[in-house]
Design a protein around this ligand. Sequence first.
Ligand SMILES: [Mn+2]
Length: 436
Amino acid sequence: MGGYALGSGSLTFVHAADLHLDSQFKGLERTVAGGGEIPENVLRRLRNSSFEAFNNIVDLCINKKIDFLLLAGDIYDVADKSLRAQLRFRDGLVRLADAGIPAFVVHGNHDHCAGWRAEIKLPETVHVFSDREVESRPVLRGGREIAGVSGISYPGRAVVENYAGRFARGAGVPFAVALLHCNVGGIKGHENYAPCGLDDLMQKGFDYWALGHVHNRAVLNPAGPCVAYPGCPQGRHPRETGEKGCLLVHVTENNNISVEFFPTAPVRWESVAVSIEGIADDLTLLETIEDRLLRFRTAAGGKPIVARVLLNGRGFLHRNLVRVSYAENLVQELRNRLPAEEEDFLWLDSVRVATSAEVDKNELSGTDTLLGDFLSLIKEARVDRDLKTELRKTLSALIEHPRAGRYLTEPDDDELGELLESAGDLAVDLLWDGEE
Ligand SMILES: [Mn+2]
């Protein structure tokens, strides 16, 4: 569809989502390997990072003198939002209001409307969309409508309805924005809330779909309409790696849209893979990891980083890495070497060992031995659906265990493959005597 360009005059707005204000990074303490506590300065910075990122968004809006701010859900980390999160959110919105910038807000699955809310009045320039129906609000400049924003909030955590169906572009709106927290096309790694297809959104005649929910930045369609996820402005856990931020959107007089990424995260999560292939001694391994991490930090502009290292590849040092407490010692030694300044730290969260012995598992799987049989069974399980189902059934006893289950999630197909691979490596370590 499209073709609605009525000439709004040029405008600029910021699109952010998934602020998760006051996220406490509880998972971090649990995942810290290698003993030793996470330093106070690192934890403090992380716990303040969601607020810092929001302030960076507000600063951007004010510095760029934008026309309006869009916040596409999961403003808060939990439905029973902390008082602190609500006060800090208001502070930012007041700064925007003082600069004459309106803000449009929907709530998502994390901060749905059934949760607790303090009695805090937001500035009149802020519109929080209701959880009952899609509403539309005009954006005015000098009394003239320059854009219209439509949106809806979540009444509860699990919304299974396709909300896209409820949206309709209003007549005569010069630039129409739809604000929605949803999963487009069943994107993996995120709950399939308010599920919809890209086609559902394309057909509605809007100019811009401001989405939230998926924490990775993605422009699903560049124009006619532009459909985008800004990602979260601050990574919340070790798997939310890389640069995080919001989108600064420029619209020309002819409704041509350009989207610019703007980084906002004070702390970066990174995952760094290092292969042990060709490394012959332990000190070289230590120095190699240190060097890789420092180079990574330079490339990231020297910002604070919390890093995870994944050791992989086949090599001679595998036999040391599988020793009890070796990896823990490695973490401790690296932490002593890496920068730990109050502000500009490079904190090593953990080292995961996924290395293999210097053997040819393929060759071994053909041999008529217990190990050979086991390895060929593993090869089969990677492709055979019945075997995979059997394996999942066995694993479910562990995943559903009341205590162990708290730390585990159902593995996806890739993870199941990794588990099988590790099982093969473990079998080689335990059963192979080094002779053919
Ligand atoms: Mn979220």
